[in-house]
Write a protein that binds this ligand. Sequence first.
Ligand code: SF4
Length: 259
Amino acid sequence: MAAGSADRILLHRLESLQRAGVTHLIRRSPIDVCAVDEVSAGVEQETAPSNTDTKKTDHVPMIAGSTHSDQQGRLDVLQTTVAACTRCEELARTRTQTVFGAGNPNARLVFLGEAPGADEDRQGIPFVGRAGQLLTRIIEACTLSREDVYILNILKCRPPGNRNPLPEEAGHCREYLNAQLAIIEPEFIVCLGAVAAHNLLEMDAPIGRMRGKFYLYEGIRVLCTYHPAYLLRNPAAKPPVWEDMQLLMSEMGIELPGK
Ligand code: SF4
């Protein structure tokens, strides 16, 4: 490609990002991450929802362009590979089963946690314990369902005693995460908690400072917020999470009741 043509494409891309509110870019190896610092301006605080009786309203369809069955088929093949994985010796030895991920293979929105817990390890499904039930209520308060989104974790195996993933374990499993994202091609990722945010974005800021703004990961807009398990221990953190969800829904073009 001629240099002039490449420059024009780059200029067009930068103008597009600027219109989307991106104020600066940070180069990180091996990925590029750019923070959108201004996006949180004007977000109103509101009490987080505490029940699931929010009715579904008309909203932007969660199905994007390519075919659902193709993507499900590719995820199924990848899931078979993951189920036999023994890259992390301790995790492969102690897990009941791998927890690959669940939801719409063509989702616009992905929720990313850190690793399966005991309930997830037993059932093979992500976010099914108490924290998972709270996540379901948060999703439903956004007028969505678990079938609209995709839910997955940094690690596909439960760390013993629910300890945090080790860096080498996250490194081993990163290929699977990236492959899942490449198949699903979401527009948005919500990192649930510091472990997910730090691993995906290769940052180490406190989650309280990372939330409320968008980052870019491989062209996907990323929002970080508190983990539902943290909300169970600290209900005072619910309003900031609801602010984050309101911001996310606004960026996704999804209207919330009463807004
Ligand atoms: S955590 Fe990921 S890389 Fe490690 S054994 Fe499980 S599936 Fe393999």
